[in-house]
Design a protein around this ligand. Structure first.
Ligand SMILES: Cc1cc2nc3c(=O)[nH]c(=O)nc-3n(C[C@H](O)[C@H](O)[C@H](O)COP(=O)(O)OP(=O)(O)OC[C@H]3O[C@@H](n4cnc5c(N)ncnc54)[C@H](O)[C@@H]3O)c2cc1C
Length: 435
C-alpha cells in the first residue's frame, strides 16, 4: 500500500511513527526546509533553542514512548515556578512549594463559584486522564450543555481573569471570550500535569526521528509543499499535487493523511471539496510571537523563574528557558493587546524591547546587557478550536469521505498539546488501517 503523510510537525511525525511501527512505508511531505513545524528550533549563539512546544508533561505517555523509540534522549525537570499579576499584585505559584498553599491560592483566585464549576471538570480528568482532550465523552456533554456561551460568560470575572485567561492565552493564544467550555478539558489536563523538557531540545529528537529504526521505511521530502489533494477518478485513490523544490509534480497514493493545521488543509481541498474547506476555516487560530533573548547576567532567581501578565499588556508570559537557564528569557506575546500591537511586519528588535519594558520592573533586565536574540511571529500559532467542536468535526469528516483513502489529523482534532497531537495521530492511523 502506498501511503503519504502531508506535514512534518508533531502530528505528521506521529502519524509516520505509528504507520512505520505497523510495517507501512511512508512518504512524508514537508513544505518547509526542515521537519518539526511548531516544535522547530533556531541557533542562538552556541546552542539551539526551541521556539514552540517543548514542555513535556509527566502524562504525555504516547509522546514519551516515541522518545524512547528515538533512543531515549534525556529529560530535565522544568517544573512550575511562576508568578502572576493579579490586580496589580504579584501572586506566586510553585510546584516545589506546599500543595496546600497552592490550593488555597487557587481557591482565592477563582472564588467559590469558579471552584464549583471547574472542580467537577478537573475531577473527571483526574479520575480518567483520557477525558482531558477535545471531544472526549465528558466534554462533549459539557459542550452540548454550555457551548452557547463563551468561558467569559460562563464563569465570573474573578475566575476568568485570574485562572482562565492565563491558561487560554498561553495554550490557545485566545481570550476567554474566544473560548468555549466544551474545549476546556484539553486545557485543564495540561494545568493538572507537571513538566520536563528534553535536555538537548526538540532538534535532537527530530534528528533521532530521521535515523529511527522501524519495520516500515521513511522517505522525507523537504521543500515540497503539497498544493492539492483530490480523488483520482481512474484508480479511485488519492492524487497529490506538489511543488518539489519549485517543480510541479503529482503522485497517486492508496492512503493519505493530512497532518497540517485546519486552514492549510482547507487550501489543499478547496477545489475538490469547497464545503469542507469552508467548515475547516471555522476553526480558530490566533497569532503568537516568541522571542528568546540571552542576557549577560542572570535575569531570574531560581525561586521565581517566570511571570504571567494580565490583559493590559501585549506580553503574556516571560520565563526562564530552562530551570538552569536563568539568563535566557523566552518572551511570549499573545492575546488581544498583542494582536493590536504586533503583526508580521513588526520589527523583531521593537518587539523584544517592548517585552523588556513590560518585564523589567520584575526581573533583572534593565542594565543587563542583551547578548543575542532570536524571534518568530506565527500568524496562526495556536489553535483555539470552535464552539460545539465535536459537531463541526463530524460535519468535516462526512464531507471528507468524498475522497476515499484520505484521512486527517492535527492540532484541531484532540487538542494542541504535543501529546494530544500524538493521540489524534494514533487514532487516525487506527482508522486508516482498520485496526
Ligand atoms: C509558542 C508555542 C509554544 C508551545 N508550547 C507547547 C508546550 O510547551 N507543550 C506542548 O505540549 N505543546 C506546546 N505547543 C503546542 C504544540 O507545539 C503544537 O500544537 C504542535 O507542535 C502542532 O503540531 P502540528 O504537527 O499539528 O502542526 P505544525 O507544527 O504546524 O506542523 C504542520 C507542518 O505542516 C507543514 N505544512 C503546512 N502546509 C503544508 C503543505 N501544503 N504541504 C506540506 N507541508 C505543509 C508545515 O510547514 C509544518 O511543518 C506550543 C505551541 C506554540 C506555537
Amino acid at each position: 500500500m502506498r501511503i503519504a503523510v502531508i506535514g512534518s510537525g508533531v502530528s505528521g511525525i506521529a502519524s509516520a511513527y505509528y504507520l512505520r511501527k505497523l510495517n507501512f512505508d511512508v512518504d512524508l511531505y514537508e513544505a518547509g526546509s526542515s521537519i518539526g513545524g511548531r516544535i522547530g528550533s533556531e541557533q542562538l549563539l552556541l546552542r539551539k533553542v526551541d521556539f514552540g512546544g517543548k514542555n513535556i508533561g509527566k502524562h504525555y505517555t504516547r509522546f514519551r514512548e516515541f522518545v524512547k523509540a528515538c533512543g531515549s534522549p534525556e529529560f530535565e525537570y522544568f517544573g512550575l515556578n511562576t508568578s502572576q499579576m493579579v490586580n496589580g499584585r504579584i501572586v506566586k505559584f510553585s510546584r516545589e512549594g506546599s500543595k496546600f498553599f497552592n490550593l488555597l491560592r487557587i481557591l482565592k483566585l477563582c472564588g467559590l463559584d469558579g471552584y464549583r464549576k471547574l472542580y467537577p471538570m478537573a475531577r473527571a480528568i483526574l479520575d480518567d486522564r483520557t477525558q482531558g482532550v477535545l471531544c472526549s465523552d465528558y466534554f462533549v456533554r459539557i459542550s452540548e450543555r454550555l457551548d452557547h456561551m463563551t468561558l467569559a460568560k460562563y464563569l465570573n470575572n474573578r475566575c476568568v481573569n485570574n485562572i482562565i485567561r492565563p491558561v487560554t492565552i498561553r495554550m490557545n493564544g485566545a481570550e476567554p471570550d474566544e473560548c468555549y467550555p466544551g474545549n476546556l478539558g484539553s486545557n485543564i489536563a495540561l494545568a493538572l500535569d507537571s513538566y520536563e523538557q528534553l535536555k538537548e531540545g526538540m532538534h535532537g529528537l527530530l534528528a533521532a526521528f530521521r535515523q529511527m529504526d522501524a519495520p516500515g521505511s521513511l522517505r522525507i521530502f523537504e521543500n515540497c509543499p503539497v498544493t492539492s489533494v483530490s480523488r483520482d477518478e481512474n484508480t479511485n485513490s488519492v492524487r497529490l499535487e506538489f511543488l518539489n523544490k519549485g517543480i510541479p509534480g503529482s503522485e497517486i497514493y492508496d492512503r493519505v493523511i493530512s497532518a497540517v493545521p485546519a486552514h492549510r488543509l482547507a487550501e489543499l481541498i478547496e477545489r475538490e471539496l469547497t464545503a469542507a474547506a469552508k467548515l475547516l476555516r471555522q476553526i480558530r487560530y490566533y497569532p503568537v510571537a516568541v522571542a528568546i533573548v540571552r542576557y549577560r547576567n542572570p535575569v531570574f532567581k531560581s525561586d521565581c523563574r517566570a511571570m504571567i501578565f494580565d490583559n493590559s499588556v501585549a506580553l503574556s508570559n516571560a520565563g526562564a528557558y530552562g530551570i538552569n537557564d536563568l539568563d535566557l528569557v523566552r518572551y511570549t506575546f499573545s492575546g488581544n493587546v498583542s494582536r493590536r500591537t504586533i503583526s508580521e511586519f513588526s520589527a523583531p528588535e521593537a518587539v523584544v524591547s517592548l517585552g523588556e519594558e513590560i518585564a523589567s520592573p520584575h526581573f533583572n533586565i534593565r542594565g543587563n546587557p542583551r547578548e543575542a536574540f532570536v524571534y518568530q511571529y506565527l500568524p496562526e500559532g495556536l489553535c483555539a478550536y470552535s464552539p460545539y467542536h465535536h459537531e463541526l468535526l463530524g460535519r468535516i469528516d462526512r464531507e471528507l469521505e468524498q475522497i476515499p483513502g484520505f484521512f486527517v489529523t492535527g492540532d484541531y482534532r484532540r487538542g494542541a498539546s504535543i501529546e494530544a497531537c500524538f493521540r489524534a495521530a494514533e487514532e487516525c492511523v487506527k482508522i486508516l488501517t482498520g485496526r
